[in-house]
Design a binder for this molecule. Structure first.
Ligand SMILES: [Zn+2]
Length: 419
């Protein structure tokens, strides 16, 4: 049975050019004694916006692994797929993120709900889960409510899982089930009974992505109540450990955090919690490697800086078009954006200072950063020119990509350096 190591991290690379630079960051962690499995993730949405195929990600990943002589496992994640979108990922992917958030609240059949709630009767009363402060109060009514809300979604995950298994063979891929795009966070009780339902569907769930309180916007830090997040995260770790034993779920079952990248205020908290609980973790990031490419180009000055400025001018003029696929995962104040004329007047240093995610820098702008982040399609529209610029500035771009993965993500989350 294919399984994934205790720590793993999803990396995103819009143009497939930075596989080696990213993998070197994982090698640096390995040199320090910590194995983190790299997972190249790209969603169907991203593939269609940029005109790439799952096979492109597979070839980038395999090429990087061969070139770096990476000694461990690596995976290619079909990110946020469902029955309607999974087929084109079946050959290239060996990690599948089954997204059933849209199925939440759709009713399962009366018989299915009755059978499920009957099977859950042993948990009626005050359910004590080690690591969860208050016992969970489980009643007939609460069981029916959870079943009505989530059972159909888990059944749907089962249908998608069996469809994948039919094609790839059971045990040949890693399965994630994601609820992170749900409307509301799942309570500990909901997560526990969702995992029970997944076990009954015989889904060998390796990673599960719940929705947490607060906002996980693309490329910027967490927005929300850190105290509440900490409690939810610790309780979810406890629920997973307990559910794993209770329902004989896979040994390595762990949380997957769809971080949107750069959740600097949460990494130390997550680090402490996983060390305390001796738990694993999968951290998905959001393709901000693309921003490191723009930073590398801007820093180079000359044609690179001119491209970065022209890109911003175009993005600014096509704001609605750029923002449309991302409205729920960005928070751009258009009034706070610099005008293209202002940006045209910037030096290389000024452009980099506005874009690079250094919260202590007074010139850093989360609005400018998000705007550039969602505008990768504009580089795809001039792909040959963009790729030529990436080639011409290889060394500086790779240094930015490597530093971003290692110093901003791996070190604070998995190695606890720089917090
Ligand atoms: Zn997600």
């Amino acid at each position: 049975m294919r399984s994934i190591s205790k720590f793993s991290m999803g990396i995103g690379d819009r143009f497939g050019m930075e596989g080696v630079a990213q993998l070197r960051a994982f090698q640096a962690a390995l040199d320090r004694g910590v194995t983190i499995t790299p997972v190249w993730n790209k969603s169907n949405r991203e593939h269609s916006l940029i005109g790439t195929l799952p096979e492109d990600v597979r070839s980038e990943a395999d090429t990087a692994v061969a070139r770096c002589q990476w000694p461990g496992d690596h995976f290619v994640d079909a990110d946020h797929i469902g029955l309607g979108t999974v087929d084109k990922f079946l050959v290239a992917s060996d990690f599948f993120t089954i997204d059933v958030a849209d199925a939440i609240g759709k009713p399962a059949s009366g018989e299915a709900i009755a059978a499920y709630t009957a099977a859950m009767l042993p948990f009626l009363g005050a359910l004590r889960i080690p690591g969860v402060a208050a016992p969970l109060s489980v009643t007939h009514a609460s069981l029916t409510e959870i079943a009505t809300k989530y059972l159909f979604a888990v059944e749907e995950a089962g249908r998608v899982y069996r469809h994948i298994a039919q094609s790839k063979g059971e045990g040949n891929f890693v399965t994630e089930v994601s609820f992170d795009e749900a409307q509301t966070p799942q309570t500990p009780a909901e997560l526990f009974f969702i995992l029970a339902a997944a076990a009954r569907e015989r889904i060998p769930v390796a990673t599960v992505a719940p929705k947490f309180t607060g906002e996980f916007l693309k490329g910027i830090d967490y927005v929300g109540d850190i105290g509440r997040f900490t409690q939810e995260f610790e309780e979810d770790l406890a629920v997973l450990a307990f559910a794993r034993k209770t329902f004989a779920l896979p040994e390595g079952l762990k949380l997957s955090i769809h971080s949107g990248s750069d959740k600097f205020s949460l990494y130390p908290i997550m680090h402490q919690a996983i060390m305390k609980a001796d738990a694993g973790l999968h951290l998905k990031t959001a393709g901000t490697t693309w921003l490191e490419e723009v930073i590398g180009l801007a820093a180079a000055g000359g044609d690179g800086l001119a491209f970065a400025k022209a890109l911003y001018r175009e993005a600014y003029g096509r704001y609605d078009d750029m923002a449309k696929p991302y409205l729920t995962v960005i928070a751009i104040d258009r009034q706070a954006l610099p005008t293209p004329a202002e940006v045209d007047g910037w030096s290389a240093e000024a452009y980099v200072a506005a874009l690079a995610h250094d919260q202590a820098c007074p010139r850093f702008s989360i609005h400018f950063r998000q705007m550039v982040h969602i505008s990768f399609r504009l580089a795809a529209e001039q792909r040959p020119r963009y790729l030529a610029l990436l080639e011409a500035n290889r060394a500086s771009i790779e240094a930015h990509v490597f530093d971003n993965i290692l110093k901003r993500h791996i070190e604070p989350l998995f190695l606890r350096i720089g917090v």
